[in-house]
Structure formats: structure tokens, C-alpha cells
Design a protein around this ligand. Structure first.
Ligand code: IMP
Ligand code: MG
Length: 182
């Protein structure tokens, strides 16, 4: 195990089971109505999750990416959402968008993005998160699809980073607090 990881919170087998279950839930809702279903991954944290999830879907989907930030090299949210890469689609009013996110913390990123995409004209917008820290909410927000609720710990791996590191770990682990407190 990586020396900076205190404990594995979600191992590879659990991640595999979670993505299988989430893909089934999405298929149940979209398979019969799947003309322009868009999986919209929020860069960079959700790329690993998105890659696993999309392979398990029966529903035909298109993929898109947006890059937003609310965090710098810190474990605290700033509350400011900056769009670095926007969604460009001509037929957005025909699109049923599923935002794919790595983790919900304050809830600000996803509540902002859902409104943003509906204002842009999307036909529908739902959200799918791998992890959720409900105890950290600053705005009310409930995802439509959620892999797992976790306690208030800073986690990395399976796409999630601290200061751009640890994204390639195949599991989700709790980062040793010494790493960000030093
Ligand atoms: P929110 O807007 O506060 O809900 O922030 C969500 C974003 O914060 C996620 O997309 C992550 O980029 C980041 N984040 C929140 N908690 C963690 C964590 O424990 N590890 C890594 N990134 C996190
Ligand atoms: Mg993120």
C-alpha cells in the first residue's frame, strides 16, 4: 500500500460492485428512452469512475467532459466554482445529461452545475457520484445515483487527488493527515 495512505476505505472489489450497481440503476431509468443520453464527466477526478461505469452500461450514451474547480492545493472548499472547460453542444435541448462526479462534499459544485446545464437548455440533468460526504453539506443537494456515503475524511485514489497526486491508486484510501497538515 502507498505509504501516505492511512487506511483503504473502498477496495477494488467494492468499487467494481458499486459501478456495476450504478450502471444497472442508470440502465433501468434510461435504456428505454436513450436518444441523446450524455455522460458528462467532471475533470479530472471522475475519469477513472467514468471509464469503469461506461463499460458496464447497456444504454447507448455519448460522453462529454467539463472541467471545473472549487479546490486548490488544500482540503477545504473555497465555494467558488470556476469553469475551465465548458460543454459545447448544438442540440443541448435534446440531451438528457448525467453528470458523473467523484465525490460530493459541500454540494456547491453539483448544485451549481445542475442549474447551469438546465439554464443552458438541457432536457434533463441528473447526477451520479461515486462518493458522498453528507455531513459536509453547505447547500442542500441529493445525488440521483450514489456509490457510497463516507465519513468526513479526506480520501484519494481511483481518480481522486490531493494536490494532483494519488489519482492512479486502484482503491479509495484515507490520506494520512500529516500529508496535508505539514
Ligand atoms: P463540493 O463542491 O464541495 O461538493 O466539492 C466537490 C469537489 O471537491 C470534488 O469534485 C473533489 O474535487 C473535491 N473533494 C471533496 N472532498 C474530497 C476528498 O476527500 N478528496 C479529494 N477531493 C475532494
Ligand atoms: Mg472533482
Amino acid at each position: 500500500m502507498n505509504k501516505d495512505i492511512l487506511k483503504v476505505l473502498v477496495d477494488e472489489k467494492q468499487l467494481d460492485e458499486m459501478t456495476t450497481r450504478l450502471a444497472k440503476e442508470i440502465d433501468n431509468d434510461y435504456f428505454d428512452n436513450s436518444e441523446h443520453v450524455i455522460l458528462l464527466a467532471i475533470l479530472k477526478g471522475s475519469v477513472v469512475f467514468m471509464g469503469d461505469l461506461m463499460k458496464k452500461l447497456q444504454t447507448p450514451v455519448e460522453i462529454e467532459f467539463m472541467k471545473v474547480s472549487s479546490y486548490g492545493a488544500t482540503t477545504k472548499t473555497t465555494g467558488n466554482i470556476n469553469i475551465h472547460l465548458d460543454l459545447q453542444r448544438k442540440n443541448i435541448e435534446e440531451c438528457d445529461i448525467i453528470i458523473v462526479e467523484d465525490i460530493i462534499d459541500s454540494g456547491r459544485t453539483l448544485s451549481y452545475l445542475v442549474n447551469y446545464l438546465l439554464n443552458k437548455g438541457a432536457r434533463s440533468v441528473k447526477t451520479c457520484t461515486l462518493l458522498d460526504k453528507p455531513s459536509r453539506r453547505e447547500v442542500e443537494f441529493n445525488p440521483d445515483y450514489s456509490g457510497m456515503k463516507i465519513p468526513d475524511e479526506f480520501v484519494v485514489g481511483y481518480g481522486l487527488d490531493y494536490d494532483e497526486k494519488y489519482r492512479t491508486l486502484p482503491y479509495v484510501g484515507i490520506l494520512r493527515p500529516e500529508v496535508y497538515n505539514s
